[in-house]
Ligand binder design. Structure first.
Ligand SMILES: *[C@@H]1O[C@H](CO)[C@@H](O)[C@H](O)[C@H]1NC(C)=O
Length: 417
């Protein structure tokens, strides 16, 4: 009792100004910390659409060294056909890029005959070498398989399927090293069961090259957190290990912690946080649509990052997805202005879509190449070409993530004017 009274008397003697100073310093420290992650907005748009209306397709212009790639299984023939029909109709009948189909099993001759025909004879059918589609040596298969089963039981999307893990690892790193792709620089990734809903009347590969882009996307959204609890920590550790500086795009991926120093560091034990306690927002580009420069992913820096991830075993013990891996790598290793949002391309996969409104007066109604098929209404501010977006789907798929990841390139939206 004596001690208690003495202590409280001492506490009362601590000047309130000292308490105030401590409190203000804590707040200041947090504010300074948060400000280090602030993404400055540019005064003008730094990643404008390549075109904002229909162009007369220039079928004689020089092409880039590029190819479409679709990973598919024999039983996905109808879904694959739907995609190929859509991309041929909306783009490739004018530009004639080859389409490579990849399978981890031998092709069914019916798939080859059918899809080659749909692709206008431009189909190439390859089987992925076994060693690119399996567990690496250092992963204990027994325990990995047990983990995969547990992930399936926990309802992490697709994570109960061994093949899905191989696929994510393949698309994350092995894909870019394939012998059959080594003569190509650019790829456009396709997936079975997607729709293209606007005419693409220019060559995106040529525009990417011209504007020095390395990565193009349509949709950005949140990753499923349970699929990759330790991916971000591993990535941030690699970034620090290799001394990779933080770009504005990297900072746009981060949700800086509000916890004051030194308590912030304790948060590093929580998933999706770096060694200092700051979090990844889980925002990423949806990689089932990608138009990208394979030389970016073949670079020593990217392959070093992939190998570092691969050694950690997270492609199996967790379900690290290629979308998240590609996105974090792009944020670390590409200049923010080398990333392009194809907001003029109408695209749907699963329940997510992007479908721009049509550009008023920009639809080339009498173009013989574009034909006479009806298109959705033209709406002020629209940038699409002949989009078929059935009225309701006239807007781009908007999300928190799309807005965040565009911050380094896009001026702040003004709600007045
Ligand atoms: C696809 O069709 C084209 C044109 O008919 C043909 O030349 C080519 O050999 C076919 N490819 C395969 C893999 O069947």
């Amino acid at each position: 009792m004596m001690l208690w009274r003495r202590l409280s008397r001492a506490a009362r003697r601590v000047p309130s100004s000292l308490i105030l100073i401590i409190f203000v310093s804590i707040i200041l420290e947090v504010l300074i910390h948060l400000s280090r992650y602030k993404v400055p907005r540019p005064a003008t748009e730094l990643d404008a659409p390549f075109f904002t209306s229909c162009q007369e397709p220039d079928t004689t212009a020089e092409r880039e060294n590029a190819i479409f790639v679709m990973l598919a299984r024999n039983q996905e023939r109808h879904k694959a056909k739907k995609t190929i029909k859509s991309i041929e109709e909306h783009f490739n009948k004018w530009f004639n890029y080859p389409i490579m189909f990849l399978n981890d099993e031998p092709w069914d001759p019916r798939f080859i005959a059918d899809l080659n025909k749909t692709a206008g004879g431009k189909g190439i059918f390859e089987v992925i070498p076994k060693e690119q589609w399996t567990f690496p040596d250092w992963v204990d298969q027994e325990s990995a398989k047990k983990n995969i089963k547990a992930q399936g039981a926990a309802d992490t999307p697709h994570a109960g399927l061994e093949g899905y893990h191989h696929m994510c690892r393949f698309y994350s790193g092995k894909f870019y090293q394939l012998d059959i792709l080594k003569d190509y620089k650019w790829y456009w990734r396709l997936e079975p069961d997607v729709d293209f809903t606007c005419a693409i009347t220019y060559d995106p590969f040529v525009q990417m090259a011209k504007h020095k882009k390395v990565y193009g996307y349509t949709i950005a959204l949140w990753e499923v957190g349970t699929s990759c609890p330790s991916l971000f920590r591993t990535t941030a550790d690699w970034k620090e290990l290799r001394g990779v500086p933080s770009s504005t795009l990297w900072n746009a991926m981060i949700e800086a912690s509000w916890m004051p120093f030194p308590f912030r560091r304790f948060l590093s034990w929580v998933s999706h946080r770096d060694a200092y306690g700051d979090a990844w927002s889980l925002c990423h580009y949806w990689s089932n649509f990608e138009i990208a420069d394979m030389d970016f992913f073949r670079s020593q820096a990217y392959q070093d990052y992939f190998n570092y991830l691969d050694k950690k075993g997270g492609f199996y013990n967790e379900r690290w997805g290629d979308a998240a891996v590609h996105s974090l790598a792009v944020a670390m290793l590409a200049d923010p202005q080398q990333v392009h949002h194809f907001e003029d391309i109408g695209y749907r996969h699963a329940k997510f879509y992007q479908c721009p409104a049509n550009a008023p007066g920009g639809q080339l109604p009498s173009s013989p190449s574009l034909g006479k098929k009806a298109w959705s209404p033209e709406i002020a501010g629209g940038i699409g070409c002949r989009c078929e977006c059935n009225g309701k789907k006239t807007h781009n798929y908007q999300s928190y993530c799309l807005d965040r990841l565009k911050e380094p390139n896009t001026p702040k939206k003004r709600w007045f004017s």
